[in-house]
Every structure is written in structure tokens, then in C-alpha cells.
Ligand binder design. Sequence first.
Ligand SMILES: [Zn+2]
Length: 333
Amino acid sequence: MWETLRGHQNQVEMFRRAIGRGRVAHAYLFIGPSGIGKRLFARMMTQSLFCEQVPDSEFDACGKCPPCKQVLAGTHPDLLEIGCPEGKRELPIALIAGRDENRGKEGLCHDIAMRPMSANRRVAIIDDANTMNEASANSLLKTLEEPPPGAILFLMTPSLDSILPTIRSRCQMVRFSPLPERDIAELLVELGDVETPAQAEKVAQYAEGNLATAQQLLDPGLFQLKTTVSSCLSSLPVDSLQSVKMITSVFDELGGDTSQQRQNMRWANQFCIEVLRLSIRESADPLTTERLMSMLDRCFEAESHLRQTMPVLLCLEAMFDDLARLSRVAVPV
Ligand SMILES: [Zn+2]
């Protein structure tokens, strides 16, 4: 089964050794950008634990028995999966600890403590763990402090920033890297998303190791927007006037009504965030890293401006003025 997984072979080996020695932790924190296969990895691990045909110690799965199929389909009664719903900013506490009127009597923390129904343990996958509020995190903490026997929790997060230290300290951390460009290109071909391998290679180059991003970039307009944003942020300090000019000209080409333009600005902002995150990962100079971090914060601020009614052009200009300023100073004033 693991041969079908793209990338992450070091992580596979690490788990294979741990399971071979019977050392499975109760909780793992998977850290890495979204869209690179962390959740898929957790599901495959669950498959290897639930498979009827292959013993746990072999750390593999047949993919054909009923439990294997149920895990793949997301219907296995002992696999609990939650995440931040589409369009929401926060993982609802109801999913973790139950609704107000039923607090503690339902939700993931309750369900994971129940006896397994068909497997010999229960597994939970908590996607977007970084979007838990403090109350949710505290509820989860109780489960992590006294985990039900055999239970395994997988928490997914793009970075450690918004994970409480108390949660971190009770999880074994596993870092995942973006996929190599070649894997992204091959995946696009395998999934039938592209017509030619050349097309796959072209978008893979800008996808930052993220399959989901690569798939979005198959839209020629978005691809152009992404490459433009990348070139605007490719060297510091940022040239605000030139950047706004280049990006608005792509917006003009993309056209569309006001709401479409707002959506395009969201894309541009999303691309800024991706480019800055990658630059932060690659930056070796603390001063530059600090600049990039404050620029990243500014992009997150723009996200909230866009959810309000700030006109798109104003939002773009204000953002690039600030990015230009922040790219010159060490600490934001
Ligand atoms: Zn199986």
C-alpha cells in the first residue's frame, strides 16, 4: 500500500520501525502545509491498523477487505474524522466536546472513549487542529492527558504557531514536507487533470509542492495571477507601484463582475501567503525572516478586509504599500 503514496517515505519508515517495536504513541501532530497528503497518510495508517488481512506488525493493508474499504470511504465506525467546515474560521467546539446542551456527552472526545465497534481500537483524525479555539483545545487536552486504551489521535496543522504548548507536549510531532515538483507533475497526469505531461510540469513548478494548489493553477487565469504575484514578491524590498500595476493588469484580463473581482483578489492574496510561507521556510537570515513574517501577517489582515466590503483596488494598494514598507524595515512600526 505504501508504495502508492507520493513522497513522505521517511515518515513511512519511521512509523514502520515504531510499529515493529510496538511503540505506537497515543497522539501524533502532523505538521506541514495543507494539500501535501497528511490526512491521506493518517488514513493509510488507520487502514494498516484496521486491515483484516495483514497483521498490524507488518504495517501494511490489503485495500480490499471490508475495513480497508470502509476506511477509504470514510465510513468505518471506529475512525472518527473532523475538521474545520468549508467557509468557517474555527473548528466548532460541538465537534470536539459536543453541543452546549450535550457538552461532554457527544463529540470526538466522547466518541473516542467508547468501545471500538469492529476494530480493536478507535482512531481520530482532527484536521485543521490549528483552528481550534481555546475551549476546544482544553477539552481535547483532557483526552490527550488520559487517552482511552489503544486509541490513536492524529492532529493535522500547517504550522505549530497556533497549537497550544500543552497540546504539543502531549503529541509526538511528525513533520511533512511539500512534495517534490516531479511527484506533483506525475500525480496530475495520473489523476487525469492534465492533457499533457508538459502542462503538468508547467503548473507543478509554481505549486510549492502542494497538489491542491497545482490543480487550481490549471486555470490559465489563476496561473498567470500566481506567476505575477510570485514575481512581485521575488525580491525584497517590494516595489509597490509596479506590483499593483502588474496585478491589476491581470485582474483586467480576468475581467468579471465585482464579486468575481473580489474573488480574484482573494486568490492574489492567497498566492501572496503561499509565496511568503515558502520564502520563510527557505530564509536563512533572521532579519529577512522577521520581515517576511510581518508581511505574512499583513496578508492575513487583508483577508479580513476582503471579508468586509473594502473595495478591491483599495485593498490591493493598501496591502502592497504596507508590504513594501514592511519589506524594508526590521520590525513593523
Ligand atoms: Zn485490508
